[in-house]
Write a protein that binds this ligand. Sequence first.
Ligand code: SF4
Length: 376
Amino acid sequence: MTDKSTKIIPLADLRYASRVPTVPARFLAPTGLLGDTLGRPLRDLRISVTDRCNFRCNYCMPSEIFDKNYTFLPQSSLLSFEEISRLAKIFVAHGVEKIRLTGGEPLLRKNLEVLIGMLARLQTPAGKPLDITLTTNGSLLARKARSLKDAGLQRVTVSLDALDDAIFRRMNDVDFPVADVLKGIDAAQQAGLAPLKINMVVKRGTNDDQILPMARHFRHSGAVLRFIEYMDVGATNGWRMDEVLPSSQVIERLRAEFALVAIDPNHSGETAERWHYLDGGGEVGVISSVTHAFCGECNRARLSTEGKLFLCLFASQGHDLRALLRSQHDDEQIAAAIGLIWQARSDRYSELRAGLPPDASPASAAKRVEMSYIGG
Ligand code: SF4
């Protein structure tokens, strides 16, 4: 059951719109100092391990499109764990320090702990362990938290869009109870997956009345709650600017009840603006891709579950690394190809969108890749 006012646009099947990267004849070994055309380094790799999900959140995977007739990717086209960890090793040589596992819903991928174990053995050129995290809808977390931690996962981000059970069930559109996600969050905390982050996508008129109940619930819990502006990701969610609640208004609502102080980002490229509750209630944040673009420091690359490299969440074209993997190119050659791709990167969609009238989108909008395919 979704709010029928949102117009759903048929999906232009994008999974196959990509190009096979060029492997330069001569190349240098990775230095970890790769920069794109805006001088942004490559530090954060998001790996989608499945295009499937057991939720149908309207802003990401509307059930009208991702229905029982939708054909998900066959197992044979997915990267194997060996292929994923081989690519991850190459990206680490280029400077990646953080790997986020995403989906769809990553915990639907069988034996994910095996992949986490493989990634946890990787080290940066300086000999440091990677920061390995995962974004989940929390539906399977109560069962999996301990084994994920034991496999080497350090922390987790849970997407939770409401505390009110009726609103939550309406937003996930599969009638999934909020209580089970809260149990998953507890299990993650007990397993020591920390810091634990909670992401709430705020859609004006749908769940913005949940901002204060969520803040009251997660204050003093040790979890960091972040409010995300509803984004025009993909080409199917019927995004409208008047359904965006700017982060400035979210902070205003919080400040009406709590004393807050702004704090510095943890590191360059961090997407969240951070605040502390003055009474020691912990941290809360906002992620403002629509009203306060952060492309200037964007050091993120995304790998689809089939091995296509996307350089922006709003990209419309990928680079088929699987083709190189499965055509006997060696790691040096693949590293050189990735280096060329990143060096030519100029993506800054949110900045471009910000310069356009409301509801208008940059030219490539119609062919944007789906978030459920490359992860948030
Ligand atoms: S819009 Fe693209 S370039 Fe800008 S922050 Fe998001 S992913 Fe990075």
